[in-house]
Structures are given as C-alpha cells and as structure tokens.
Design a protein. Structure first.
Length: 148
C-alpha cells in the first residue's frame, strides 16, 4: 500500500493502494472492514485510488511511477516486506519512505518468512533486468482524475 504525496500536507494527500483485482470501492470497503476506518478518514477520505494491477511489488512501484505519475511515496507494509519495497521504489527513481505496519498473524507469518528469500532474489532480478510492469494501463492523475 502506498500513500501518494503531493504539495498538500500528509493528512490531505490522496492514497494509492495496491490491491490486485479490487476496485477502488472494494478497497474502501476492505479498509473499513479491517478496522482501518481511521486511516480512511484521517489520511485520505476524499481520494483513495486503488491500483487493481499491482500484482507484485515491482509492478506496483512501476505503476505508481508510470501510470499514476508519482515521484514520491510513503510505503506502508509489514517489516518483512518494507525494505524490499523501498529498494525497488528507489531503483525505479522514486523518492520513497517507509512506515512499518503491524505484523501478520502467526499462522501466516511462517509462510511470509519462507517466501522472503526468493522474493528478495526476484527483486534483484527485476531491477537488474529492468523488467516491465505486467499491466501498464492508461495514465491517472492522482488528485485531479476522480478515483475509479
């Protein structure tokens, strides 16, 4: 998940949320159901943009830059993923900062620990080969175009 930054303060900035296969309306509903309503109200009530084609972190980073026109991001993710996401964003030429989200539940955490190492190798491979995003899509101007 990334929050796009503009000249507005962070509490007024639109939020770009990577949610593969989800519409913007579904993203808003999910945030409310997950108890993140304070995030929705406090950070970006007026503009939550869902990125339905961010299937992998590299795709999300490239789409944030190329489709949504973002040059600066605040990336919110769990610790196991945050350093990789920041690495990818910075190698894509995006000025990026990270905010650590709470950890996942125990049964899922074993899976995330096991996939961490191949995911890191894939991140290096994507940067090294300059792999394109799987789905580029038409440009969207965050803060100008209405969230779809």
């Amino acid at each position: 998940m990334t929050a796009a930054t503009t000249n507005m303060s962070i509490t007024q900035s639109p939020a770009l949320i990577s949610a593969p296969g989800m519409t913007t309306g579904a993203v808003r509903t999910w945030l409310r159901l997950e108890g993140l309503a304070a995030f929705v109200i406090g950070l970006a009530l007026f503009a939550i943009y869902g990125d339905p084609a961010g299937y992998r972190t590299w795709d999300s980073v490239l789409r944030a830059r190329d489709v949504f026109g973002e040059k600066r991001l605040i990336i919110v993710s769990q610790r196991f993923h945050l350093s990789r996401a920041l690495f990818l964003a910075r190698h894509a030429g995006i000025e990026a900062w990270g905010f650590e989200a709470r950890d996942v539940d125990s049964p899922y955490s074993i899976f995330t620990e096991l996939r961490r190492f191949p995911s890191a190798l894939r991140a290096y491979f994507d940067v090294w080969t300059e792999a394109p995003a799987h789905d580029s899509g038409p440009p969207v101007k965050i803060g100008i175009d209405p969230p779809s």
